[in-house]
Design a protein around this ligand. Structure first.
Ligand code: AMP
Ligand code: MG
Length: 317
């Protein structure tokens, strides 16, 4: 069965085509800035403007598509509406079933498909979301999460203080490679959860004093927040008795995070799974794949149920 998936939770409009076993297509456009962060209305204007070009790049003939899946949430309302509208238009015109899926769960399922992980704990680190997720006791559960902003948004906000545009994460990774000294920063793990707000304030104070180089701060930020994330991920693995860690979300493209995750897994005889970057960042293939899995399990949706769910939590039906 061929499923077309549409991703549009924030900065990316992605189209993916999958079968039960493999990804056939995965194309996208992403909003970026040279200064400042995402302004929702500007990002969504950009996605609408890029839509015709993106559709023209899709190779699969539309008449072969048998199911339409889209990101129903969580995400930014402005962006979510574009994908939902496009999905409804396709479903009506092609007379095919439509299914809205949870973006966070999609990261977990595509990771399993492309890495062959069987029953992992997912450390999901994206712009807006930071969660430790596992399938346990018959449902997806969140074992730890951020209490304020997502780690990607935190890195992007720190990047703005350094004068960088969006997304700042990859640029911070490059700066960090040149860092020489570790600067002590607040390490905030509360039980199974993490928090970045206080750390951001602390960094702003350090930057305004000018005592530390950008490179040392970038390096120290990465060492601190990645250690926080891996501490809660490791505890979730121990609690769930799972021997696999899967990475997901744009921040997981970071090579230092991957390296630290590899060390943690090796020390506890667990296995680390890292999908290719195109499946770590927001993408249409993961939406298509989760839609297909859910459809095969019998989930059905009426057009009137396809209203977007910006606050949809991973552990809610
Ligand atoms: P997503 O929302 O999953 O598409 O991920 C976007 C987020 O990932 C943004 O906040 C980026 O700054 C962040 N990001 C992307 N690549 C990297 C990287 N190499 N290191 C750190 N953060 C990154
Ligand atoms: Mg994401």
């Amino acid at each position: 069965m061929l499923c077309l998936g549409i991703e549009s939770t924030a900065h990316t409009l992605g189209l993916g085509v999958v079968t039960e076993r493999r990804v056939l297509e995965n194309i996208k456009v992403s909003y970026t800035t040279t200064q400042g962060g995402i302004i929702p209305s500007r990002a969504s204007d950009y996605l609408v403007a890029e839509l015709p070009k993106l559709l023209a790049r899709l190779k699969t003939p539309l008449h072969k598509i048998e199911l339409i899946a889209f990101s129903q949430g969580p995400g930014i309302g402005h962006s979510l509406r574009i994908g939902a509208f496009l999905a409804r238009a396709f479903a009506v015109k092609l007379k095919k079933p439509i299914i809205g899926v949870n973006h966070c769960v999609a990261h977990l399922e595509i990771g399993k498909l492309v890495t062959k992980a069987k029953d992992p704990v997912l450390l999901y680190t994206s712009g807006a979301n930071t969660q430790v997720i596992a399938f346990q006791g018959g449902r997806y559960r969140i074992f730890g999460e951020t209490l304020d902003m997502g780690v990607g948004n935190f890195l992007d906000a720190f990047g703005r203080e350094l004068g960088l545009g969006f997304p700042a994460g990859p640029q911070i990774e490059q700066l960090a490679l040149k860092g020489k000294h570790y600067v002590k920063l607040p390490y905030v793990v509360k039980g199974m959860d993490v928090s970045f707000g206080g750390l951001l304030t602390n960094l702003k104070q350090k930057l305004s004093k000018g005592d530390y180089s950008k490179e040392d701060l970038a390096y120290s930020v990465q060492e601190t927040v990645f250690a926080m994330l891996l501490e809660v991920a490791e505890r979730a693995m121990a609690h769930c008795n799972k021997q696999e860690l899967l990475l997901g979300g744009g921040v997981a493209c970071n090579k230092r995070l991957q390296e630290m995750a590899r060390i943690m897994c090796r020390e506890r005889n667990a296995e680390l799974f890292v999908p290719a970057n195109e499946f770590l960042v927001d993408n249409g293939a993961m939406i298509a794949y989760l839609g297909l899995v859910e459809y095969k399990k019998g989930r059905r949706m009426k057009l009137e149920d396809t209203i977007i769910r910006p606050d949809w939590r991973t552990d809610e039906d």
